[in-house]
Design a protein around this ligand. Structure first.
Ligand code: ZN
Length: 469
């Protein structure tokens, strides 16, 4: 008899947020990812504060990549008694050092705001975790490079492969041996896309028995990458040509660096005229430092540029980082055409708000959306054509052009997910779909069942399965 080997899905089950999977190998317990559940405040609080296991009894934590829906609840785990290592790629560890402190800062600010406006008799709220909890978490990070197999426990070995999703993102292989039996578990993390700038393409592996796979876009196909780049060039050239500025709300990690690389390429090929690109986000600057420190994650073209440009693949001559608030304000006084990339991606806060306040009333400008805009956000209202919109409590008339490009996703679409599974030879015996709403999960499950002999399941939160067949 082999030792029990199970997985229970504690988060990102039939939803796209709060990734958290508990793997039991005999008496050992490993938590794979510990993401923040993001949603309505009360529900998110409850989910993020509840663990169906004792954090102090966990033996290890392994994370796939630095996005907060995969790592953002690690500080809660540590605050609640977890004392083991947090395994990550070196780039993921560095990005955690950028994203987790920011997450703690935003939580403290949110709690202050809610407490200030609470009704008489309502209890004071406390943040989910503090900057000190983040420091204690970052101390626990242990780095492992891609393709470097390490021993988690005496009968469990782990290897990170490239997932092509964000800097440092990994497809994780967990090899278990017990009483002469072997099993290879593949944890997809978030699956990236082939042919994107900067990062290498998602890697494949052989002999995966059981695959746990994300399915965020399991029911959709993204527009072709070349078409998205063509549209980007057209919008930017049109705006610069009429003397306007292009305002791009973008997430500071990943999207910003990809946009900069793409715009640089368009200008070098003279598809877009020369204009300064301002990246107005201290966090984007820190994230870009992390990119500079990890050329081991780059694709060949970016690595060549890195070497030829003396370690400056993002420090192109036309690129300017805006760090201080004064520099950010001064940017609004400039009249010459330019491109401004600033956070937040959905215009819910951050410096993009100042740029919108100044830029929206002028018809020569363009607001360019390159990411998802959730219901209820300012980004969504602008995308839906609303005018005027409220910014800092004032109605602002929109005359600027608004354009939304959908092809910049860092997640594989249905076709790309199917192609990725097809590369895992032979097909996994079982596939568990996580990190997707029920619609996309069902659609992808149907397509997987048509093409592969695998048993495909869409687990519910808290469901546990034995991994041995
Ligand atoms: Zn992600």
């Amino acid at each position: 008899m082999s030792e029990p080997l199970t997985i229970s899905f504690q988060g990102a089950a039939r939803t796209v947020t709060g990734s958290r999977h508990l793997i039991r190998c005999g008496s050992r317990r490993v938590l794979f990812d510990c993401g923040l559940y993001q949603g309505r405040r009360d529900e998110a609080e409850r989910i993020n504060r509840t663990f169906d296991f004792e954090p102090g009894e966990l033996d290890a934590a392994v994370v796939s990549h630095a996005h907060l829906d995969h790592t953002g609840n690690l500080p809660t785990l540590v605050a609640r008694g977890y004392r083991g290592a947090v395994h990550a790629t070196p780039a993921t560890a560095e990005l955690c050092g950028v994203l987790l402190p920011d997450s703690a800062f935003l939580m403290e600010r949110d709690v202050e705001h809610v407490n200030r406006h609470r009704h008489h008799g309502e209890p004071q709220r406390t943040p989910l975790y503090s900057p000190a909890d983040v420091d204690r978490t970052l101390e626990r990070l242990v780095n492992h490079g891609y393709h470097d197999t390490w021993t988690l426990f005496e009968n469990v070995r782990v290897t990170y492969l490239d997932a092509g999703h964000i800097l440092g993102s990994a497809f994780t292989l967990i090899d278990v041996e017990s009483e002469g039996r072997r099993l290879r578990l593949g944890m997809s993390g978030d699956v990236g896309r082939a042919g994107r700038p900067i990062l290498r393409d998602p890697e494949s592996a052989s002999g995966v028995d059981v695959l746990v796979m994300e399915c965020t876009y399991g029911d959709r196909e993204h527009p072709a990458a070349a078409e998205t780049v063509r549209q980007l060039g057209e919008v930017v050239e049109r705006t610069l040509g009429r003397g306007g500025r292009v305002l791009i709300p973008a997430f500071a990690v990943g999207r910003t660096q990809e946009l900069v690389a793409t715009l640089h390429d368009l200008m070098s090929r003279k598809i877009v005229r020369e204009a300064p690109i301002y990246v107005d986000s201290p966090m984007a600057w820190r994230a870009t430092q992390a990119y500079r420190h990890h050329p081991e994650c780059f694709d060949d073209a970016t690595r060549r540029a890195f070497e030829e440009r003396d370690g400056e693949p993002f420090g192109f001559d036309r690129l300017h980082y805006v760090v201080t608030v004064e520099q950010s304000r001064a940017l609004n006084e400039r009249r010459a055409p330019c491109i401004v990339i600033a956070a937040s991606g959905m215009c819910e806060g951050g410096r993009i708000l100042h740029h919108l306040q100044h830029g929206l009333p002028e018809a020569r400008n363009t607001v360019l959306f390159v990411g998802f805009q959730a219901e209820g956000t300012l980004g969504r209202r602008l995308r839906d054509g609303m005018s005027p919109v409220n910014i800092f409590g004032e109605p602002i008339e929109r005359r600027a052009e608004v354009v939304a490009l959908d092809g910049f996703s860092a997640h594989a679409d249905q076709r790309e997910l199917l192609a990725w599974v097809a590369m895992l030879k032979p097909a996994p015996r079982a596939i568990y779909l996580v990190h997707g709403e029920p619609g996309p999960a069902e659609a992808l499950a149907g397509r997987l069942r048509e093409r592969f002999p695998s048993e495909v399941r869409i687990p519910r939160r808290g469901e546990e399965f034995s991994l041995w067949n």
